[in-house]
Design a protein around this ligand. Sequence first.
Ligand code: SAH
Length: 401
Amino acid sequence: AGSLLRHLCRKVRASGPVTVAEYMREALTNPAQGYYTRRGGIGDSGDFITSPEISQVFGELIGIWYISEWMAMGKPNTFQLVELGPGRGTLTEDILRVFSQLSSVLSKCDVSVHLVEVSPKLSEIQARMLTGGKVQPSPKDESAYMKGVSKTGIPILWYRDIQDVPSGYSFYLAHEFFDALPIHKFQRTEKGWREVLVDIDPEAPDKLRFVLSPSSTPATENFIQPEERRDHVEVCPEAGVIIQRLACRIEKDGGAALVADYGHDGTKTDTFRGFRNHKLHDVLSAPGTADLTADVDFSYLRKMTQERITTLGPIKQREFLKNMGIDLRLQVLLQNSRDTATREQLLHSYDMLMNPENMGDCFNFFALLPHHRLVHPDKKDKPESKSPLPPVAGFNELLLK
Ligand code: SAH
């Protein structure tokens, strides 16, 4: 486990302190020693737990969100479900179950699944979960690196980068994905903005510590807004680039994106944290052995869409799930379960997802939609001739027809 630390120390000795973004990228996705590459410990026995791993209801409601948007957009006869960072594949599995249960609604629609995953280890787990392990590597000249067929007969393809996913009408999903992308950190000082860097601790040659750049760095020049009020700022340029790509794709080909993550709307400062065995872990110690994460700045994501599309949210997880009908779903599941252990499990997982003290408040939902999904293009000319557009589920109450 010490080899990634040694690699980083060598790098610092050779060319000076590294940015937090570079440190985070190495710690999470270094091809040999990164946390996601080797471990990716999601779930009870791992390092952190995510909503889809807590309850199947979570993924089912998200599946219903996509179907509701597909219907609102006039039931196009084909769509791609594109998930960024699918983890263990549980969320996709729950969504595909809903798609299969509602196959009479989706019957004439051609659905395919496209997973963007850098970790070989996790893509293997996803393949086992979704296809029962029946996958094949793709030929080198194809953009996908692996492909298979879901248990319900839907083609599934794996990619390393969103740019490799074919264009076309798509529903995108990013659950706890953006918080794993590398951030830059900046501190306001009397001499102006300085970037936080990672250096070797002079008192202990095998330990790392944070320092401030002696002068401004290219990142300080590029990423700090002149109107910034905070004293400490985290910026995730990679998240900005990916959101821009999603916005361009949705503008051009149609569809929608749902982003769910820890986050804030441009108000928080220092949120960079590590998790190991479900406990907080010093971000600079033993890189590669802990999950590193930073809250998503939704105001930054919104800005990076450059108004190519419309955004909704962020809205708190408990409001989104309530709007999607989680209470009714819970009642049905409770009624259908005979034993107390199952009922208690259902109530416990509901509390984990919904209670403001657990994930109910700190988790947010954010959506990207084409402008025409919310406003008729020729609304101004003859508003009365158009039927009203259906409200977007989750951000409003779900209206089931
Ligand atoms: N969505 C899942 C997993 C979240 S963990 C859940 O909620 O349970 C983050 C996921 O993103 C992992 O699958 C990780 O391997 C993947 N990931 C991290 N950085 C990535 C990158 N740059 N490109 C693609 N996937 C990445």
